[in-house]
Design a protein around this ligand. Structure first.
Ligand SMILES: [Zn+2]
Length: 414
């Protein structure tokens, strides 16, 4: 257990003790980590361990299909297989869990994510999610069931069927991506249903940073008259954090992860890339894993009483999703914060074209209603971002839709 307010040294000592205990099996039988790791005594040893990237894992799985060499136990010990969504066009990574690591993941949902959102055994939890091989909300589903709540799958349903189920079954908690929550609210209007009259009081979102983006969260909360929470996690890493009652960021769970934020030179920083080591998934662990997520971290106490540091504003975006307009570096979440303040914009994509050695960035928008002027949106973007970002209206239904992660930045080379 982590004391309520440990010093950083106490915290590191607890984390390293847990890491050393877990590494015993790993260093004995896991070929991937045996080739990369040495014994870890103190924090200095830990900081000298190499960083691991997704491409290291993809390369390993490609060389030793289908699961690669990051396996601590014989294959019979594993009970679950999931894979990354491949939403960013990467090769999907396959990931295996043992009964113990699956339990670890379910416990984090019940002890931290659901607890922070006030979800209890009396709730009816609806999952607007497809439940394919992507890990998505599988652990959230299992954990809701263990909590004693009623877990309702919305898999293999149309958006309309999901809306009707939420209303008819009296669902009190919704889990979905933020974008899908907004799309479902739009679709409800089209079929004459009003989701503000539903029993939903809490929504929990993952897969995209939306629930930590103020205007996106406000739009979801208005559409459902519910309180919206954010959750961060990755198939290959596990559930790293969740937002609290303050809802101005994500607490990262130092009870179950060693959390580092590193600048571009790999030095500890308050702003940079989130690097995480899981402490409960020894069958297929990740040590000093570069998440590719851009974050800003604070250890200032939070009014919710959480002992954990906070990623201010949640996950700000992907490190490699940065784009440049007239010399100004921007991230899709900054654009989303403005776009969601315009409820008539139902879908958007930032298109980055590299054209005759020139970069051209255009915001493609789907607009509902008869007034399709983008003048006010362009003015708001210019004011907030400090540069002019051109908008182009595209017909409704043109932009890709998904109940998994939405890709907001599309790069094209002509
Ligand atoms: Zn808090």
């Amino acid at each position: 257990m982590i004391p309520s307010q440990p010093t950083i040294d106490e915290l590191r000592a607890l984390q390293l003790a847990r890491l050393r205990a877990g590494l015993k099996d790993v260093l004995r039988s896991n070929a991937f980590w045996r080739a990369r790791l040495t014994e870890v005594q103190g924090w200095d040893d830990f900081e000298r361990l190499p960083l691991t990237t997704k491409s290291d894992l993809v390369t390993d799985q490609a060389a030793k299909p289908p699961f690669g060499t990051n396996l601590t136990y014989p294959i019979d010990r594993y009970i679950r297989l999931h894979q990354t969504s491949g939403a960013s066009g990467d090769h999907p990574l396959r990931w295996l869990d043992t009964p113990e690591s699956w339990e670890w993941w379910l416990r984090i949902w019940s002890d931290h994510v659901y607890r922070a959102a006030g979800v209890t055994a009396s709730d009816r939890v609806f999952f607007a999610f497809s439940f394919g091989p992507f890990i998505g909300f599988w652990t959230a589903f299992g954990s809701a069931e263990k909590l004693g709540a009623l877990a309702i799958s919305g898999a293999a349903m149309t958006t309309e069927q999901r809306i009707r189920s939420i209303l008819e079954l009296g669902a009190t908690v919704l889990l979905s991506t933020p974008t899908y929550a907004l799309r479902m609210a739009e679709a409800a209007k089209d079929i004459g249903k009003d989701l503000t009259t539903s029993q939903l009081r809490v929504t929990i979102h993952a897969g995209e940073p939306g629930a930590s983006i103020p205007t996106t969260r406000a739009a979801i909360e208005a559409a459902y008259t519910a309180t919206s929470f954010d959750h961060s996690g990755m198939t290959e890493l596990g559930p790293t954090g969740h937002s609290c009652a303050q809802r101005d960021g994500i607490h990262v769970l130092e009870s179950d992860f060693i959390i580092e934020v590193l600048d571009e030179n790999g030095r500890p920083a308050s702003e940079g890339e989130l690097v995480a080591t899981n402490l409960g998934r020894w069958g297929m662990p990740l040590i000093r894993y570069r998440t590719g997520d851009r974050v800003s971290i604070t250890r200032e106490p939070c009014s919710c009483g959480s002992p954990f540091p906070k990623l201010v504003g949640g996950i700000r975006g992907r490190i490699d999703d940065m784009f440049t307009v007239r010399g100004v570096n921007l991230y899709p979440s900054q654009v989303e914060d403005i776009v969601r303040g315009h409820p008539n914009v139902v879908e958007f994509v930032i298109e980055h074209r590299h054209l005759h050695h020139m970069d051209e960035v255009t915001l493609l928008v789907e607009i509902e209603g008869t007034n399709t002027s983008t003048e006010r949106l362009e003015a708001d973007l210019r004011q907030a971002l400090g540069v002019r970002l051109g908008c182009r209206v595209v017909p409704t239904g043109t932009l890709p839709q998904s109940d998994l992660k939405s890709k907001r930045l599309v790069r094209k080379v002509d």
